[in-house]
Design a protein around this ligand. Structure first.
Ligand SMILES: [Zn+2]
Length: 88
């Protein structure tokens, strides 16, 4: 019985490790530090709700969505990722 228990533990460790990697990847995209009062791109005021919801936010909603769209269009990784998720 002890052998079976050890195997379960190893599988759990593997799950923990990949979860950890996924969290690290996600956290890299979250800006850190003080939120800006004004958008650093167009200098429009960033609403307080947005600043509280996204700590370290530096762009207004309009600029952020514009940049997000440009990143999706210009990144081959995102395009490949979308295709993969469509296949699933
Ligand atoms: Zn802006």
């Amino acid at each position: 019985m002890a052998g079976g228990w050890t195997q379960d533990g190893a599988v759990q460790q593997q799950i923990d490790a990949s979860l950890d990697d996924a969290l690290k990847r996600v956290r890299r995209h979250i800006p850190a530090g003080e939120s800006l009062r004004d958008c650093e791109r167009c200098e429009a005021e960033i609403p307080e709700g947005r600043r509280l919801a996204l700590p370290g936010v530096r762009l207004c909603v309009a600029c952020q969505s514009e940049i997000d769209r440009q990143e999706i269009l210009s990144s081959p990784y995102n395009r490949r990722g979308n295709k993969d998720s469509q296949l699933r």
